[in-house]
Write a protein that binds this ligand. Structure first.
Ligand SMILES: Nc1ncnc2c1ncn2[C@@H]1O[C@H](COP(=O)(O)OP(=O)(O)OP(=O)(O)O)[C@@H](O)[C@H]1O
Length: 256
């Protein structure tokens, strides 16, 4: 992968004020199948609300999230509320409270909705069924339905509900609105907003309206490197910058 041609526009230290972060990543590199897919990522996830991780297709957003989870080989520093998790295996990262909502939902198709939730219960955590069923009343109604027969939007709700069930310290949510109809995009956005009141979220999202509605801070990748950090509204309000880093100049609407 070639190094990013875009110079860093804002120092990572400028993100989210002074040290009020739940997750802090420094000099992250990651490899898949012998290929370096993340070259140098610095990012901070604010201790509250939604931090967006943005970039064009293939720049390494999913790989960054997988590297934080320990799902792919990585090096660098990953600090979770003062604890270095950069060498821990995935199950330890999860046990410490990093929730992962993967791209493409990844529900267990043959299991019912309630079985999908029960299998996500982690030992030693409080299980927030009340919150989950308050956020997703439809999941209670469909508790016995096989998850594979749910719509894409409903499957996304199961995926988010699984992560919200445990009292995680941060959620890594990868493209939750991908492939959803506009009405469902709005619904997922509404749910994410409520989820972010309970737990901070690092959100990979291509729909810029969703980012504008939800995110306080934005980190932008190009070529496996973080090249911009700053307030999301400021970034999205700069058509030249969004054109340069995302390839879209609207700033307000549309998708990357
Ligand atoms: N299993 C793999 N084998 C080889 N290359 C891979 C593999 N997974 C990812 N890559 C490569 O790593 C790079 C980063 O991919 P990644 O999925 O992290 O990007 P992304 O920013 O999430 O993209 P998108 O927005 O399209 O989902 C891409 O060039 C991709 O082709």
């Amino acid at each position: 992968m070639t190094p990013a041609s875009v110079p860093e526009t804002t120092a990572p230290e400028a993100v989210a004020g002074s040290g009020d972060h739940i997750l802090s990543v420094r000099g992250l590199t990651a490899h898949v199948a012998g290929q370096q897919v993340v070259e140098h990522v610095d990012l901070e996830v604010a201790a509250t609300g939604v931090t967006a991780l943005l970039g064009r297709n293939g720049v390494g957003k999913t790989s960054t999230i997988k590297a934080i989870m320990g799902l792919i080989g990585r090096s660098g520093t990953i600090d979770l509320a003062g604890q270095d998790i950069s060498t821990l295996p995935t199950h330890k990262v999860a046990q410490l409270g990093v929730g992962y909502v993967p791209e493409d939902r990844e529900v267990f198709s043959a299991l019912s909705v309630s079985e999908n939730l029960r299998i996500a219960e982690r030992k030693g955590h409080d299980h927030r069924y009340e919150l989950v069923y308050d956020l997703f009343p439809e999941l209670k109604q469909r508790a016995g339905q096989a998850a594979g027969t749910l719509s894409g939007g409903q499957q996304q709700m199961v995926s988010l509900a699984r992560a919200l069930l445990n009292d995680n310290r941060v959620l890594l949510v990868d493209e939750p609105t991908k492939g959803l109809a506009p009405r469902l995009v709005q619904e997922v956005g509404r749910v994410l907003a409520r989820a972010a009141e309970v737990v901070p979220v690092l959100l990979v999202e291509q729909n810029l309206q969703v980012v504008r509605d939800l995110a306080h801070h934005a980190v932008v990748l190009t070529g496996g490197r973080s090249v911009h950090h700053g307030p999301a509204a400021e970034f999205l309000g700069d058509p030249d910058l969004t054109q340069r880093l995302l390839g879209v100049s609207t700033g307000a609407e549309g998708s990357i």
